[in-house]
Design a protein around this ligand. Structure first.
Ligand code: F6R
Length: 605
């Protein structure tokens, strides 16, 4: 999500860090910062620190261009703590001697922070990362890597970090766990970066740091705790920005398992069958008394909300309704003090969703946000909320954020369900199944070559139906929307049971249907709908559960997804539909990342 660059060598570090950070701008960020050490023995090193919210270009004239050959820099995309100068990286310790940049999430930061405060540490920010600089300070006895090693033993979560200190100045210490870091091996210089784009112009020789490894970069050498092979980067700069994928959309689909992982990380209490959602702590008691939920969103986020409606009614037992922002703002919804309104939005800036939120606030309703962009209007204006933590989504069509929204709605269902009648055993079942979902999602992604072949077979059809029932009825809508918005083909989504009430009239051999029919409680009903289509000569692609050999006898093609709990099947089925839409659009030569007539964030009515 965020970006890291570090430099140590013989050249002034600042311009190199600046150009590295600029190469990370494509990922999106809300704040940035640098720290540079001027180590000129015997003069005492003077650390320089500059961090700001906003874009680098806004401040370029103000940069003092500090001296020093050692430095670290960061672009932040907020996940814990608002978008403020203080929350930007680098973070530092009480004495401002240790500076650190971090990508990832420290799950147990609150516990560590409470303990460090008791021990006398003074904090400057709300950001989870700051605990790392204070922990390193606590263990620092003259050797920085030793202090980093001891500090990291105490943290849970994910990190890629780069640390410098004026008290052990001729080095950058870096470490990783579940967050990528590369060491760049140059001529008389070493770099560290979270993304090859940041170092590709200085060196193509890199070492990928592995989980739990710590490396020390010095001006003339480096060491890691074990031997690692050198690798040559072959990517162009543009390819590097897309991590080698031809489009941001494909990169983001490939990040869907990670988006689910990020949404659930640190939030599942498997033994207790509970979910921890820190963002709802302040309204926990109020939520216990709520007896009606209204979910409001637009487009793809609206389809996530519809899946949430099925989850919340079935497992939390709360009457729930969903509306789209553009309609809800003109309704006169009847609400009372026991109603809560939940707004689902990737950007947190969608005008229609915000208008609905403001209307609900006027009526005194408890408002919650399920949002990706930290510090967005939605997060500032709701009473409380949960971040989906999907990272920046650059392609216009939403993909990985949809997965983050679905996973977060499943978490919310357990949270609210366990406040009510959901039994421990059911809580445990959902939570432990959710923990497995990222791996199952990776299995769906491994079908990409097969789905690409299907896309070749179907790309010349001009019309498509997408059908599904119950949890997968909204996924039929999402499959159709994704296909139409990036390929410009005509695609409609409809609940399977509605076919015979009209849409069936369109079916013939030129109108294929994508039928989402995992082996769940409505499987038999879906088979009847598929038979209705086949009887009229319509080709059918089924999304079915692995092991269902029978379905091959009825349909033309099958995409198999792994088995999971019925309420979580949308998470797996939709990944195959995102891939299907993507490949058809690419085969038709469309600009998949920037479809015509659309924008990423719809900030007008
Ligand atoms: C479709 C898509 C849009 C958005 C919608 C809401 O691929 O991206 O339908 O989902 O405009 O946007 P957010 O989630 O930012 O409120």
């Amino acid at each position: 999500m965020c970006g890291i660059v570090g430099y140590i060598g013989k050249k002034p570090a600042f311009p190199i860090l600046l150009s590295g950070l600029k190469r990370l701008e494509y990922r999106g960020y809300d704040s940035f910062g640098f720290s540079v050490l001027d180590y000129n023995p015997p003069a005492a090193p003077k650390p320089f620190l500059f961090k700001k919210t906003g874009k680098i270009s806004q401040f370029e004239q103000e940069f003092p261009n500090p001296e020093g050959e050692i430095g670290i820099a960061h672009t932040r995309w907020a996940t814990t703590g608002a978008v403020t100068d203080a929350n930007a990286h680098p973070h530092f310790d009480c004495k401002k001697e240790i500076f650190l940049v971090h990508n990832g999430i420290i799950e147990n930061y609150q516990e560590i922070k409470n303990q460090l405060i008791k021990e006398g540490h003074k904090f400057n920010s709300e950001c989870d990362t700051e605990v790392l600089s204070h922990l390193i300070e606590k263990y620092f006895k003259g050797n920085l890597e030793e202090a980093v090693r001891k500090a990291l033993r105490e943290v849970k979560g994910a990190y890629g970090i780069a640390v410098i200190s004026e008290k052990d100045p001729e080095k950058i210490v870096v470490a990783r766990l579940s967050s990528p870091l590369l060491l760049g091996i140059g001529n008389d210089e070493f770099l560290v970066a979270s993304d090859p784009a940041a170092l590709i112009t200085r060196t193509r020789q890199v070492i990928n740091l592995d989980d739990n490894e710590i490396a020390v970069l010095k001006p003339d050498n480096f060491f890691i705790l074990k031997e690692k092979p050198l690798v040559q980067i072959e990517w162009t700069l543009e390819e590097a920005e897309k991590k080698g994928y031809p489009h941001f959309m494909l990169k983001e689909i490939m990040e869907e398992p990670e988006a689910i992982e990020n949404a659930i990380r640190g939030r599942l209490l498997i033994d207790e069958g509970l979910v921890r959602l820190g963002g709802l702590d302040s309204v926990q008691e109020k939520l216990g008394k709520i007896n009606r939920l209204i979910l409001v969103a637009c487009g793809t986020a609206g389809f996530a909300a519809r899946v949430g409606e099925y989850m919340l009614e079935e497992y939390a037992g709360i009457p729930t309704e969903v509306d789209i922002g553009s309609e809800f703002r003109y309704r006169k919804p009847v609400v009372d003090e026991k109603t809560a309104a939940i707004f689902v939005s990737q950007s947190g800036e969608t005008a229609d969703t915000l208008a609905a939120l403001r209307e609900m606030k006027k009526k005194g309703v408890l408002t919650l946000g399920i949002t990706n962009v930290v510090g967005s209007s939605q997060t500032r204006e709701t009473d409380a909320g949960v971040y989906i933590r999907s990272g920046p989504e650059i392609a216009v069509a939403s993909t990985k954020a949809f997965l983050g929204q679905l996973a977060t709605l499943a978490l919310l269902t357990v949270y609210l369900g366990r406040q009510r009648d959901m039994a421990l055993v059911m809580g445990k079942r959902i939570v432990s199944e959710l923990a497995k979902i990222p791996d199952l999602a990776k299995r769906v992604l491994s079908l990409a070559p097969e789905i690409q072949k299907l896309a070749k077979k179907y790309k010349d059809y001009k019309n498509f139906w997408f059908i599904g029932r119950k949890y997968n009825a909204p996924i039929a809508l999402e499959g159709a929307l994704k296909l139409k918005e990036i390929s410009y083909l005509h695609a409609e989504g409809v609940a399977g049971g509605e076919l015979k009430h009209g849409p069936l009239a369109l079916i013939d051999e030129n109108f294929p249907t994508v039928a989402i029919c995992p082996s769940d409680s409505v499987y038999e009903k879906m088979i009847s709908n598929i038979e209705e289509v086949k009887a009229r000569g319509g080709p059918v692609i089924a999304i079915a559960t692995e092991g269902n050999g029978e379905i091959k006898k009825i349909v033309d093609d099958v995409i198999y997804i792994p088995k999971t709990l019925e309420m979580l099947t949308p998470i797996l089925s939709v990944i195959s539909l995102h891939l299907f839409a993507y490949h058809i659009a690419v085969l038709l030569g469309k600009d998949v990342d920037r479809p015509r007539n659309l924008a990423k964030s719809i900030v007008v009515e």
